[in-house]
Design a protein around this ligand. Structure first.
Ligand SMILES: Nc1ncnc2c1ncn2[C@@H]1O[C@H](COP(=O)(O)OP(=O)(O)OP(=O)(O)O)[C@@H](O)[C@H]1O
Length: 247
């Protein structure tokens, strides 16, 4: 369970995060929607320990996180650009986290092989990162994160560089695999559809203030998510286009 209480952060006297509080149970995915510059990345960096908060507390499974250095927080932070070792194969990139933890070879083989199958990457196991598409690289990066069973996965617009169809496929895959592995994560995005697809919980961050929604209905009804406006746009198109289609 993650508990964030009254977290605030300023840069050069400008508030970037204002009194953020949230709780997240194990296995939940909090999708945080927000426009550019609203403070999404700063929030994730503070959770990962890559940035310090001015005030507030962070707890994970009852442990105060603030004194814990980033490499001991057991979190993984994924960005748009997958960070892979260029000289290692797909298999070895995924295996890396287990090798440095001195896991036995037979277990490494088994766990990496299973995970690559779940990520639909088995046939690419021997390829180098430069021989993969952007979506495939992102799947390897996801595999590298999952293999070490992080306590919290932080995703910062991870599919932002992908085309719409690949992005939709990755959202489905992310949902399926994170449910299967019971991964707790915070997924920030500026795409309301993506937030609805991946989130089991939904939030909206605006000028450093987080609104948490109790239901999908509340999220859809909030004008800032722009979903109601989009629905009425498509409804208008449908109603004006239907007579022509019928002819
Ligand atoms: N190290 C820093 N020093 C000064 N200002 C910063 C620093 N990091 C971020 N900011 C400012 O804080 C605000 C929030 O930045 P942040 O990167 O968290 O936004 P974001 O919501 O992730 O935006 P985007 O979607 O464009 O990446 C911005 O106004 C940014 O200029």
């Amino acid at each position: 369970m993650l508990t964030v209480s009254h977290l605030s952060k300023q840069f050069n006297d400008q508030p970037v995060l204002r009194d953020i509080s949230l709780t997240l149970a194990e296995g939940e995915v909090l999708a945080v929607l927000g426009r550019s510059g609203c403070g999404k990345t700063t929030l994730l960096k503070i959770l990962a320990g890559l940035e310090t908060a001015d005030s507030g507390t962070l707890e994970l499974h009852g442990q105060d996180l603030l004194p814990v250095p980033p490499n001991e927080r057991q979190m993984v932070y994924l960005y748009q650009e997958p960070l892979l070792f260029p000289h290692l194969s797909v298999f070895e990139n995924v295996a890396f986290g287990l090798r440095i933890r001195k896991v036995k070879e037979a277990e490494i083989r088994q766990r990496v092989t299973e995970l690559l199958a779940e990520l639909e990457m088995s046939e690419h196991a021997r390829k180098a990162p430069h021989q993969l598409s952007g979506g495939q690289r992102q799947r390897v990066s996801f595999g590298r994160a999952l293999i070490i069973r992080p306590r919290l996965l932080l995703l910062d617009e991870p599919f932002g560089n992908l085309d719409a169809q690949t992005r939709a496929a990755m959202q489905q895959l992310f949902g399926r695999v994170s449910r299967q592995h019971h991964i707790t994560s915070i997924f920030v995005t500026h795409d309301s559809r993506e937030a609805l697809t991946v989130g089991t919980r939904l939030g909206y961050l605006e000028r450093g203030r987080l609104t948490s929604f109790a239901s999908v209905t509340e999220f859809v009804a909030d004008a800032r998510t722009n979903i109601a406006a989009e629905l009425s746009f498509w409804e208008n198109i449908r109603s004006t286009a239907s007579p022509a289609v019928a002819e």
